[in-house]
Design a protein around this ligand. Structure first.
Ligand SMILES: *Cc1c(COP(=O)(O)O)cnc(C)c1O
Length: 382
């Protein structure tokens, strides 16, 4: 039996929304994107949302708008996707890799605060696998450590958590900005895309510029009133806007995301039950968090993870590794050679972790095959 790691939930019916854009004269960021931004504002109860063409470009535009660059430090968890740290490197700042909690694999307020120096400008907490970091506590801890004369920005990496909550609150509530990914495998997707949500109107204005070359007017505004309007460039920007052609795929998913979360959690619950008492290392639950359940991960404690991958692949099962820890990757090891020994929990999990097939419509018989293979063939080498 073949079990795909992931299958998206989009169908030909979703193409109608794209066809509607083709019927209009305007293909890039316009009315559709603005409507989606309004829907994001409503969903997250925030005044501002900005669609971007990826998490990576959105986070880069945000760091640029915050004026973060050479000489600055940004705290990033050592267990995350490379993009979280790459954006810091891209703007020329120093990535300060910090270890994660061994049970939840999340950045903790204590560890982040301990890494604060007078050069710290920002922290990028990651809601890894869908469970949420306590951003309010994180902000209190790092700000207390920094003192009154040093403002530390919080940029939430919500690539794994669109629809989750912590103590009933959605992402973005306590951050200066929160960034989402609509990449092909994310819970909400348009192939490639992302969004930034935020409260501060000034920062919103600056990100609108850094999102579009630094131009002071968007394409729509340049032709507002039926005539050409001059624009200026006050700050350097990148090209990060999302075209309406892709944005058109988002509204239907935003409307159904809470329903797909229930089905996603049901799949995760079946894994939880079947693997309880097995020798695999399981993720600890964050108290008060309704997880977005983006990935279902287990650990192979024996150090024979890569053998386990081979066995699962031979049984037709697609699996991935999310992630080998950043300090172990060549670029980050060369650049920050001490980070590996400073982040033992992230390094160990990076050697053990394995992500199982997990999406809302994973067929039951396929999931049974995954569980049977794990318990019959992998448990003995775990
Ligand atoms: C996918 C992902 C990103 C990058 O998202 P893109 O939209 O592909 O740029 C960043 N952080 C995390 C944790 C991710 O999983």
């Amino acid at each position: 039996m073949k079990v795909d790691f992931y299958r998206h939930g989009l169908s030909r019916a979703d193409a109608n929304a794209v066809a509607d854009v083709l019927d209009s004269p305007f293909l890039t960021t316009g009315k559709v994107a603005h409507r989606v931004e309004a829907e994001l504002c409503e969903y997250f109860d925030v005044p501002h949302a900005i669609l971007v063409n990826s998490w990576t470009s959105g986070a880069t535009a945000t760091l640029m708008a915050l004026g973060i660059g050479p000489g600055d430090e940004v705290i990033v968890p050592a267990m995350t996707f490379i993009a979280t740290a790459n954006v810091v490197e891209m703007v020329g700042a120093k990535t300060v890799l910090v270890d994660v909690h061994p049970n939840t694999l999340l950045l903790t307020p204590e560890a982040a605060a301990a890494a604060v120096t007078p050069r710290t400008k920002a922290v990028i907490p990651v809601h890894l696998y869908g469970q949420m970091v306590d951003v309010a506590a994180l902000r209190r801890a790092v700000q207390a450590r920094a003192g009154r004369n040093q403002q530390i920005f919080i940029l939430e990496d919500c690539a794994h958590c669109f629809e989750g909550t912590l103590n009933g609150e959605r992402p973005g509530r306590y951050a200066d900005a929160a960034c989402f990914s609509f990449y092909a495998t994310k819970n909400v997707t348009c192939g490639e895309g992302g969004a930034i949500i935020l409260r501060d109107p000034d920062l919103h204005g600056r990100i609108l510029e850094t999102r579009l070359h630094g131009m002071t007017a968007t394409a729509v505004n340049r032709f507002a009133g039926g005539r050409y309007n001059h624009w200026d460039m006050k700050r350097l920007g990148i090209k990060a806007n999302l075209p309406d052609l892709l944005a058109a795929l988002l509204p239907a998913q935003i409307r159904s995301v809470d329903d797909s979360l229930r089905r996603r959690q049901a799949v995760a619950g079946r894994y939880d039950e079947a693997l309880a008492g097995s020798p695999f290392r399981m993720l600890g639950n964050v108290v008060g968090c309704n997880t977005a359940s983006h990935l279902y991960v287990i650990g192979i404690p024996s150090g024979r993870r890569d053998e386990a991958i081979t066995v699962l692949n031979e049984a037709g099962i697609g699996v991935t590794v999310n992630y080998r820890a950043l300090p172990g990757l060549t670029y980050y090891r060369d650049r920050y050679p001490q980070a590996g020994s400073e982040c033992p929990h992230a390094m160990l999990w990076g050697e053990q972790t394995l992500s199982l097939p997990h999406y809302p419509d994973l067929p039951r018989d396929e999931q049974d095959h995954v569980v049977a293979t794990l318990l019959n063939q992998i448990a003995t080498i775990a």
